[in-house]
Design a protein around this ligand. Structure first.
Ligand code: SF4
Ligand code: SF4
Ligand code: SF4
Length: 284
């Protein structure tokens, strides 16, 4: 069963004090109430006295893992939703961050985020990696019952219908790149969209350029996207951002039984291949 938001909040505050007592951390990154927005936002706690600032509510949409990259030489503690724990496991598998520099407080039985369509099809409701946990672990049986009959976005559409859907959705894109910035696994220091040598994407927004942006971003995602829905939640235009990436997520799962970030020891999808492989791959 999913743990309640209040229970998670209460346990997080208790554990924060323990974490500060047991580790010499630079900060504890979690969720707190935004001073001006009133929304649930990332907060960096510096001392156990601040533990009461921690909350977990149904609008805790941001992925915290990406913030850690900025401070990666330091020992940091972080509150991790299961999808965030997968992003962390993925970082570790890519040697993007050192496991020894992380104290992970994982959330068991994640109750999900309001309005995030990814939560309806979420297949990882307990953290895959954690030093401390809060909440009740969700059993495999409970997870299977929650996923019974759930279909992922566009699952039943033909390629032609999908294409029409993508064209319609992405025609509203203004190329603000909020989706890229919110995505935990979109972390290149220099994104191709901002490169002018070579210039992969001309400045300005048009239906063709928008589609090129999304196609290129999507082609970076197989084997990396942890299907957290942060991109879609960040989009000011309400575009079904995950419709492309989710399709590839499920292709990788069906073809190779591969889900990104399931373990820090798991090889990344593109580093584990066989030249004789005759599988159709993602482009089918
Ligand atoms: S995608 Fe899963 S782990 Fe992430 S917030 Fe939603 S239910 Fe929780
Ligand atoms: S592309 Fe995947 S990993 Fe990135 S924000 Fe969207 S759902 Fe999450
Ligand atoms: S957040 Fe939405 S509008 Fe902005 S670039 Fe992404 S899809 Fe386009």
């Amino acid at each position: 069963m999913a743990t309640s938001y209040n229970e998670i909040t209460r346990e997080l505050r208790e554990i924060a004090a323990e974490v500060f007592a047991e580790h010499d951390i630079k900060h504890l990154l979690g969720f707190g109430r935004g001073e001006f927005s009133g929304l649930t936002e990332p907060v960096f706690l510096k001392s156990p006295e601040e533990a009461e600032r921690l909350i977990f509510q149904d609008d805790a949409a941001p992925m915290l893992s990406k913030y850690l990259l900025k401070y990666k030489p330091d020992l940091q503690a972080v509150v991790a939703k299961p999808c965030d724990s997968r992003a962390l496991a993925y970082y570790i598998s890519e040697a993007k961050i050192d496991r020894d520099n992380l104290v992970i407080i994982g959330i068991n039985g994640c109750p999900g985020i309001e309005g995030n369509t990814a939560c309806q099809e979420c297949d990882t409701r307990n953290p895959v990696i954690a030093d401390y946990t809060v909440g009740e672990e969700m059993s495999q049986e409970e997870l299977a019952a929650e996923l019974e009959g759930v279909k992922y976005l566009l699952e039943d559409m033909t390629p032609a219908e999908r294409r029409e859907h993508y064209s319609r959705e992405f025609s509203r894109c203004t190329q603000c790149y909020a989706c890229r910035d919110a995505c935990p696994v979109c972390y290149c220091d220099h994104c191709y969209v901002e490169s002018n040598q070579p210039e992969w994407l001309e400045e300005g927004s048009s239906a063709d350029k928008d589609m090129i942006f999304h196609l290129m971003r999507t082609m970076h995602m197989p084997g990396r996207c942890v299907n957290c829905g942060a991109c879609e939640m960040a989009c000011p235009e309400g575009i079904e951002m995950r419709s492309m990436t989710t399709h590839l997520y499920h292709r990788a799962r069906k073809l190779y039984d591969y889900r990104p970030g399931i373990s820090p020891e798991q090889p990344t999808l593109f580093s584990d291949f066989d030249k004789e492989d005759s599988e159709p791959g993602f482009l089918q």
